[in-house]
Design a protein around this ligand. Structure first.
Ligand SMILES: Cc1ncc(COP(=O)(O)O)c(C=O)c1O
Length: 419
């Protein structure tokens, strides 16, 4: 295995040379940073493809806060979200005055179910967020029926997957779709988020929220646009120990924007909204135009891991099928952490922030995010046993083969022995 190409989830998974060059090009054109045509072109293409009005913000979490504001979510109203999610989702509910309530997940899909949602319903329930975890589609048809029956709003969290002409078909039944253009999401503009609204009354209010959103500072945009360059330089050096030092240094001098702040990990988020910088819209648009190709690449890796996994009897999830453009490919093993540690020595980095935690990443305070330990034993076990394999745009099939070889030496093959 080449020392120069780490296998990873988090070292700028979307960043190729041409992505970095576009970002550098944008750095040199400050007049395009805040406003410009790219934002409007992105809005219209998303709107045409996803059949709704599109409001754009600086991140998915801010887009969600904007949606709750536009829906007039009242203080104390409950929003059902699944356990095994990212802390920014309950934070956004809190920031808008709502209360997150956690529905249990199904181990085979890592998604909530209509039954688990039903168990969470109270007279205060206002909305349900159906997260398509890692690109495995949630039960939208059942939730559509349940939400219609109970007069609830259905929000689909599409941070991990965007549908293309080949599917996944279940995505898009919600009243609103939440999109993220974060660094490791379905497509990436380094940062960014959107709401696709199918309700015209709410669309108008969302438009108002977007109009009021402040621009990110120029310094912030510079730091965002430096991210591809910093990773392009440091990534090949990770295997020889220098890459991480460069990243550490870049963080120390403030050249990189953290994905999550310390305050967010403590369960807090400001309700202030920021506009999607046009520069990030331009990068997102570049990826959006290649969505079919990106998804087909993810499908090819999903199919490859599925076939190899069947052959080697890996403990896989029955919700994973070969036609899915997965954001990552999950397995279960009792020795997940041990395996990740062993693989690190071979320049394979499978930590992704979604291990050892039901409200991710590890170390998030449960109290402020309203999660009661023990309330979802399935999620609590799954997050300890999960071992996810990369399927992102810069993960090659050759790296997939190397990963399978490395795994076959460390992964117990009998599902019965391991589950
Ligand atoms: C499931 C899920 N939903 C929503 C978001 C919010 O996305 P963003 O990072 O753009 O705020 C994330 C981000 O980590 C996520 O993992």
């Amino acid at each position: 295995m080449s020392l120069l190409s780490p296998i990873h989830h988090t070292f700028a998974p979307h960043v190729t040379l041409s992505y970095a060059l576009r970002s550098i090009g944008l750095l040199l054109m400050p007049w395009k940073w805040q406003r410009g045509r790219d934002r409007e072109i992105l809005r219209h293409s998303l709107s045409d493809a996803l059949h709704g009005d599109v409001a754009l913000f600086a991140s998915g979490r801010e887009a969600l806060v904007a949606l709750f504001k536009a829906m007039h979510l009242k203080a104390g109203e409950e929003v059902i979200v699944q356990s095994y999610t990212c802390v920014v989702v309950p934070n956004a509910i809190h920031a808008a005055g709502g209360v997150p309530v956690y529905a249990e997940i199904d181990r085979e899909t890592l998604n909530l179910t209509a039954e688990s949602v039903r168990e969470c319903l109270t007279p205060r329930t206002r909305a349900v967020i159906c997260q398509h975890t890692f690109g495995i589609p949630g039960p939208t048809a059942e939730l559509r029926t349940l939400c219609a029956e109970k007069h609830l709003t259905l929000i689909e969290d599409c941070a991990h997957v965007l549908p293309d002409a080949s599917g996944p078909a279940p995505i898009g039944a919600g009243d609103f779709l939440l999109l993220s253009f974060g660094r490791d999401k379905a497509i990436s503009g380094i940062t960014g988020g959107a709401i696709v609204s199918k309700q015209s009354a709410v669309s108008a209010l969302l438009k108002g929220e977007e109009a009021k959103a402040r621009g990110l500072s120029h310094l912030h945009i510079v730091r965002l646009l430096l991210y591809p360059l910093v990773y392009l330089v440091s990534r090949p050096l990770i295997g020889v120990g220098i890459g991480k030092a460069i990243l550490q240094l870049a963080r120390m001098i403030g050249a990189l924007v953290p994905i999550l702040t310390a305050t967010e990990k403590q369960g807090q988020m400001s309700p202030a909204l920021h506009a999607l910088p046009n520069a990030c819209a331009a990068l997102t648009l570049g990826e959006w135009k290649k969505l079919q190709k990106i998804n087909d690449h993810r499908r090819a890796l999903t199919q490859f891991f599925l076939e190899e996994g069947k052959e080697q009897q890996w403990p896989m999830l029955s919700g994973v099928t070969g036609d899915l453009p997965l954001q990552k490919f999950p397995l279960f093993t009792m020795h997940a952490e041990e395996i990740r540690q062993k693989l690190k020595k071979q320049n394979i980095h499978l930590h992704d922030g979604w291990t050892g935690c039901v409200v991710c990443p590890e170390g998030v305070d449960f109290d402020p995010v309203n999660y009661v330990p023990g309330s979802d034993p399935v999620a609590e076990a799954a997050c300890e046993q999960i071992l996810s394999l990369p399927t992102h745009p810069t993960m090659t099939l050759g790296q997939g083969r190397s990963l399978v070889r490395a795994l076959s030496e460390v992964l117990p093959s009998s599902p019965h022995a391991d589950r």
